[in-house]
Design a protein around this ligand. Structure first.
Ligand code: KMH
Ligand code: ZN
Length: 289
């Protein structure tokens, strides 16, 4: 039976902790969320890191600590955001790839983002793509609009396959300024994807549930989390990320496409094994062995 890879995007960079107190921002909160989401059926975690004041940061010290902490307490595939916050510099967004994640997001074009602009110049997209391959990081192509698929194809035509040899995309739908979270938009994107690519879909805000149904019906995987969704149902704030993963896992099971195991997700994406490296460096750090 085909299964469904569930990604959790627990934090994001655009919501203030004061506006959503359940948002996991500290290391302890991130680890607690990661464990609960793994238990609920997630295979991959899309990480945006916050500093001691809960502000988004791409500082390598914070990011490395977050990756190590998640790896120590879970088996989840750790994907860092190279998108960062709308205010982050290009240098910082490339620099975060030195944190040795398993994967990284790679947005394939500029998009209006509410009243902000999420700027992704072609030169930056190329630079991030090549830097990921050099570091053996598996990219996830973030597609906020149909035109982003054309840019992704141009990238693949010009530079060849990504590290891992497999193309996996995430349709980010319902961002104010991007494509809508509708069945028609999902179908249009899927028809335009390169052969052999896998994809997940994320519906921001109110489009979260309809996009999950559309993705499950059309062979897609799912991304959920408080980065994208802060309201579980009209008038009911999200309690925590795990309940979003639980809902996704239930819908996937009803669709007869149950949650994908972490090992299967690692194999599908072509993830390099880094978990033992973390253990080795901890052992080396304690002087043991
Ligand atoms: N914070 C958004 C502007 C990504 O993680 O790659 C960008 C974003 C995409 O979240
Ligand atoms: Zn993100």
């Amino acid at each position: 039976m085909p299964s469904t890879m569930i990604t959790v995007a627990p934090t994001g960079a655009e919501t203030a902790k004061s506006d959503a107190p359940a948002l996991p921002c500290s290391l302890d909160e991130l680890v607690g969320t990661a464990k609960a989401c793994q238990a609920a059926g997630a295979a991959l975690i899309h990480v945006h890191v916050r500093d001691a004041q809960a502000r988004p940061t791409l500082d390598l010290g914070y990011v490395r600590a977050a990756i190590a902490a998640v790896r120590e307490s879970t088996d989840l595939i750790v994907q860092v955001s190279s998108g960062g916050a709308v205010s982050d510099s290009e240098e910082a967004r490339v620099g975060v790839l030195d944190s040795e994640p398993d994967g990284a997001s790679l947005t394939c074009g500029t998009v209006n983002f509410g009243t902000d602009v999420f700027l992704n110049r072609w030169e930056l997209i190329e630079r991030l793509y090549l830097a990921m391959r050099e570091r053996e990081i598996v990219p996830e192509f973030e597609l906020f609009d149909l035109g982003h698929i054309a840019t992704m194809k141009r990238l693949l035509d010009r530079h060849g396959a990504p590290y891992g040899g497999h193309v996996h995309c995430d349709l980010v739908m319902g961002v104010p300024g991007g494509m809508p979270g509708t069945l028609a938009a999902v179908a249009a994107c899927v028809a335009a994807l390169p052969g052999g690519a896998t994809w997940s879909a994320t519906g921001v805000g109110r489009s979260s549930v309809p996009v999950m149904f559309a993705a499950l019906a059309d062979g897609g995987h799912l991304r959920v989390g408080m980065e994208d969704t802060l309201t579980f149902a009209p008038g009911r704030p999200v309690r925590d990320n795990a309940e979003l993963v639980e809902r996704a896992a239930s819908l996937a099971t009803i669709a007869q496409r149950p949650p994908m195991s972490i090992d299967d997700a690692r194999a599908m994406l072509g993830i390099k094994e880094r978990r033992s490296a973390t253990t080795d460096s901890i052992v080396a750090g304690t002087g043991a062995g």
